[in-house]
Design a protein around this ligand. Sequence first.
Ligand SMILES: [Zn+2]
Length: 289
Amino acid sequence: MSKAMTITEFFKQFPDDDACLDHLFKVRYGKEPVCPKCGQIDTFHKLSKMPAYTCNCGHHIHPMVDTPFHRTRTPLQKWFFAMFMFTTTRNGVAAKEIQRQMGVTYKTAWRMARLIREYMGLVDGDAPIGGSSGGAGIVEIDEVGIGGKDKRGFEDKVSVLGMVERGGEVVSRVVKRRTVEEMFPIIAKYVRPGSRIVTDELPTYTHLHREGYWHAVVNHSAKEYARGSAHTNTIESFWAMVKRTIAGTHIWVSEKHLPKYLGEIEFRWNLRRSPELMFRVLLVSFQRP
Ligand SMILES: [Zn+2]
């Protein structure tokens, strides 16, 4: 079993910006990169005055292109440490915390958090869940309202649709309304045909039968939830993490930015049983050119 990286190990592996750049270069271009210009193997060396490598033939490679760190003045080691922070917390990282720990401006901290969050969502991905074969788990579908009251004291909640396969992954999406028109295209996209689905008694879900899903209902009002397999405890545990992150760490998140936070929380929830992998997964998942 691997263990989570400690802060000491972090600074041993990434003592400076060059070590971080070297990591990116190796992960994205391989240990023995082939020069796309002259075709020679393993001829690159680091340029002294810019974050790039050059081949003997003069061809340059910029390892930060198409990563969250591209076009930034923030040192790469700070980015790596911010990612480390994101993977060593249970409920997310506030921009204020990054500002405090890194000694960057709030604006920079906020931008770093946004880009790391996007990257986590990208790495997590959204592969379809469920299915009609024997190995596929039951899919729980549910919706919640995230948010609270606006400045005038009116309810200002955003609806989020969550779909999770027991023993598998979660996918969530912001929805305008809890209607068939709004929710079913999303369900059809992410939940495989023929899946066994459990929901609460929201009338919208009665349409699941017509879409060819097997459908069981949990009668929350009759306090039936933990009876047999007809429960929604799995999606409830995801909602609990969403609420701890949004209400606990960030206090309030706008509808516009909520999808990015959901991507981050999905990443964290999907790896919750092996949190020691979170940072390692982020370190090796940069898009290969
Ligand atoms: Zn070359």
